[in-house]
Design a protein around this ligand. Structure first.
Ligand code: PGA
Length: 262
């Protein structure tokens, strides 16, 4: 049984002390749930101090990015090799990186490969813009983003990957438009279908596919209950300990119900 994954993307928010306070609150409210995984993605600056503060049975860490070379004169960057002892996961290809930092398909492919090379599980983010959706381009965009990002991995490596479907128009800081869970399910199925065609059934069924885009406690259950949805990637609501705690509890509940029926 795959564990549902709840990922908190803190983006470029929270100073070291603010992050520490949030972690303290999360420890007070979130119990150890062995059947789900809760992953926190603080800023690069706060990763190290937070790693010393968290109870690793309850929380895992992710970086929000990383540089694909392991070492070298890349002033200002932090490589996956440098964070390999700190994080289990790395968010790669988030729409903020694709849009604000103009990250292209090849760079994202190299980052995915570098993360895997260093024993870090990529949380690859894919999704179309509002315009691309309006023009009927969503499937092509998702296809290109998924296919290129995993093209240097073996089928075995792809089995361990996490892919988050995050339509850009649904992300709170872009358009924040409401999404319909059944449409999101179709897109997530499509992602699995791409993996299946390229790398076979085992890779497709073992890879975890998440949904992200304005997930809040009131709709988290609808997304987490979708067949084939292995978890959620939460932005804005993850900065509020009450909201994030509620989402984690919903994930735990949905996971237990699924296990009862399995
Ligand atoms: P949001 O962010 O939940 O605030 O929409 C999700 C994300 O950008 O990963």
């Amino acid at each position: 049984m795959k564990k549902k994954l709840v990922v908190a993307n803190w983006k470029m928010h929270l100073s070291t002390s603010e992050a520490s306070i949030l972690v303290h609150r999360l420890h007070e409210h979130i119990k150890t749930h062995r059947t789900i995984e809760v992953v926190l993605a603080p800023s690069m600056l706060t990763l190290q101090p937070i790693s010393l503060e968290i109870d690793s049975r309850r929380f895992k860490l992710a970086s929000q990015d990383g540089y694909p070379k392991d070492d070298g004169p890349y002033t200002g960057e932090v490589s996956f090799a440098m964070m390999r002892d700190l994080v289990d996961y790395s968010i790669i290809g988030h729409s903020a990186r694709r849009i604000y930092f103009e990250e292209g398909l090849e760079l994202i492919r190299d980052k995915v490969q570098a993360a895997v090379r260093n024993g870090i599980t990529p949380i690859l983010c894919v999704g179309e813009t509002k315009n691309e959706r309006a023009q009927g381009e969503a499937k092509r965009v998702i296809h290109d983003q998924v296919t290129s990002a995993v093209s240097n991995l073996t089928a075995e490596e792809i089995e361990k990957i996490v892919i988050a479907y995050e339509p850009i128009w649904a992300i709170s800081t872009f358009d924040g438009e409401p999404s319909k869970p059944e449409d999101m399910q179709r897109a997530m199925e499509y992602i699995r279908q791409i993996i299946k065609e390229l790398y076979g059934e085992a890779a497709a069924s073992n890879a975890r596919v998440l949904y992200g885009g304005s997930v809040e406690p009131h709709d988290a259950r609808a997304y987490l209950s979708l067949p084939g949805c292995d978890g959620v990637l939460v932005g804005a609501a993850s900065l509020n300990y009450r909201q994030f705690t509620d989402i984690v509890e919903i994930a735990y509940d949905v996971q237990n119900q699924t296990e009862d029926h399995a």
